[in-house]
Design a protein around this ligand. Sequence first.
Ligand code: EPZ
Length: 426
Amino acid sequence: MDRIVINGQKKLSGVVHINGAKNAAVAIIPAAIAANGVCVIENLPKIEDVSILADALRSIGMVCEFQDSDSHILRIDSTNLTKYEMTYDLARNMRASYYLLGALLGRFKKAVVPLPGGCNFGARPIDQHIKGFEALGAHIRQEHGMLIAEADRLTGSNIYLDMASVGATINIMIAAVFAEGTTVIENSAKEPHVVDTANFLNMLGANIKGAGTDTIRIQGIHSLHGCEYQIIPDQIEAGTYMIASAITGGDVTIQNIIPKHMDSLSAKLIEMNCIIEEGDDYIKVIGDRPLHGVNIKTMVYPGFPTDLQPQMTALLCCAKGTSVITETVFDNRFQYMTELKRLGCDVTVEGRVAVIEGESCLTGAEVRATDLRAGAALVIAGLAARGTTTISNVKYIDRGYENIESKLKDLGADVSRITVPDDVRG
Ligand code: EPZ
C-alpha cells in the first residue's frame, strides 16, 4: 500500500501543468462504444479510473491501446464489438461504470452492467438515469448485483430531471443518440464535462444541441463513425492546485486550463484576499498575505463545485475568522472532517452545514483518505501543517490525480510516496 508523506510549511511556487478531466474521460471512453469505428482520445489523465475503463472495454471485445508511454492517448476500435454484458469485477468499483449502461443500451438495445460503486458520501442513487432510459422505451431490472436494460427500440422522449444530475444527463444523452426521433432533457446538468461529452458525440456524427444549458436536444441517428478528440482540462485538479498555492502562501501558475471553468473558485479566492492573475490558458494564484474566511455554498455548475468543497475546508481552517460551508449537492459529504481534525482543524458539522473556526495551527499526523477529494483535502492541509503528515489509502487520490506528489515536489513541496506492506494497517 502506498502512503504520501509531507513535511509541511513550504511555500509552493512555479508552474504546474493540469491534465485532462477525469469526469470527462470516464464519460467519453464508454461513449466511444457508440462509434462504429476507431476513436483516438487525447489528453487523457493517467489515473486508475481510465485504466479500469480501458480494461472494461477490452473485456467486451473492443480494441483499446494506449498510444504513448504516458497513457495520455487511447485508441479505441469498437468495429467488431458484439458483447453487451460487462464482467462484474472490472467496473463495479467505480461510479462512472454506469455510463457503460447508457452506451451499451444505445448501441445494442440491451446492456448488462454491475451496479455502480465509487466514493461513498451519502446515498448515490441512479433513479434519474433509469427514469430516462425507461422514458426512451427500455425496461430495467436488477439481478445478482447487475443492472439489466432491454428495449425493443429506443424512441425519443421528453425527460425532465428531478435534479440537474451530471451522471443522468450524460448517460441519457449517450443512450438517446440512437433513439428514433427527438429526445429533450430538461433541467440538465451544465458541467464542463457534460459539454465535452456532447462535443465528442457530435464529432462522432451525433446531433446534440444545447449542452451547457438546462435543455439538451438530441436528434436520433442510425450510426456513428470514429473520430480524434482531445478532452478538456480538469477543472477540479486545477482548483486543487489553486487552493494548494493559497494555503502555503505560494505563487503558483496553474497551466493548461480553461480559466472560465474556474470562475467560482477564483471569485472566492479573491474574496479571501488572494491575488488572481488570469491568462488564456492559465491562472496564477498568489497567497502570501493574510487570508480572510468566506462562506461557501456548493451548487451545480456554474456554482461552486462540490468536488472542491473538502479542499476549500482545509484552506478555510487557516484563514482568519469563521467560515460556513453548506453542501447542497450530496447529503453526506463531510465524513472526511474526522481526519482533518487530526491535523488540528476546528470544524463543527450539523447536517449539510460545516462551521470552520479559522487560524487553526495545523500540525502533522497520520491520516487516512476516505475518498478522492477528501484525500486531496488532507494533502492540502498537510502542505500547511507544521511537521510530518502521512496519508494512507492513497489509492483514492490516485483515482483522480496524475503524479500528485511529483507535481507538488516540482512546486517546492517536501513530499514523497512510500510503499508499506499490505498487512501494515493505517
Ligand atoms: C458526478 O457524480 C461526478 N462523478 C462527481 O465527482 C461529482 O461530485 C458530481 O457529478 C456532482 O458534480 C463523475 O462524473 C464520475 P450527480 P454523479 O448525478 O453523476 C443525486 C469526483 O470527485 N442523484 O450530479 O454521481 C445524487 O445523489 C466525483 O470526481 C439522484 O438522486 O453526481 C446527488 O445528491 C465525486 N439520483 C446529486 O443528485 C440520480 O439518479 C448530484 O449527483 C442521480 C443523482
